[in-house]
Design a binder for this molecule. Sequence first.
Ligand SMILES: [Cu+2]
Length: 172
Amino acid sequence: MKRLAPLLLAISITALAACGQQASKDSAAESAPEAKPGLAVTGAELVLPAVKGNPAGGYFTLVNNSDKPVTLAAVSIDGAAKAEMHETKGGTMAPLANLEIKPGETVKFERGGKHVMAFDLDAKLTAGGDSELTLTFADGDKVSAPIKLAAAGAAMEHIDGMEGMDHSEHSN
Ligand SMILES: [Cu+2]
C-alpha cells in the first residue's frame, strides 16, 4: 500500500514570475556615506574647557585597517564652529595640515601630542553628553564617530592658578 502525502501545491512558483525590475539594488550601498572602508575611530573624547570661551581638546584613536595609505585632511565636531588638528612638540603647539596613516598603522590623538582643538562651542555641548566627530580624508571620504563630552577635570590641575585653590603656595 502506497500513500503519497498530499503536496502543498499552494506553494506555487508564481512568486518567481515577477518581471525584471531589479535595477534599484545599488542604492543600498550608498546609504552610509560617512564610512571609509577599513578605517575605525575609537575612544573619542572632547574635553570641555574649564573656562567658557576657551577651546576644547579632542582626542581619539584612528586605525587604518585598509590596504592603502590614507591622508587625514580635516576634522570637525558637531557643535563646534571650527576644529583644527594640532601637534604639540617640545612644549609648543603647531597646526597639523594633514596626516598620512599607512596601512595597518594606528594614530593616537592624545594629550601632549597630536590633538584636536575645537573652537566656538555651542552651549548644547555639556559634560556627560556626546556629539559627533567627523574626519575628512584628502580623497573626500569621511568617517564619523560618536565623541564623548567630558568636563575639564584632571587636566585642570595643570593650569596654574586657574582655580584659585590654596594648596599650591610656594614661598620662594
Ligand atoms: Cu592645540
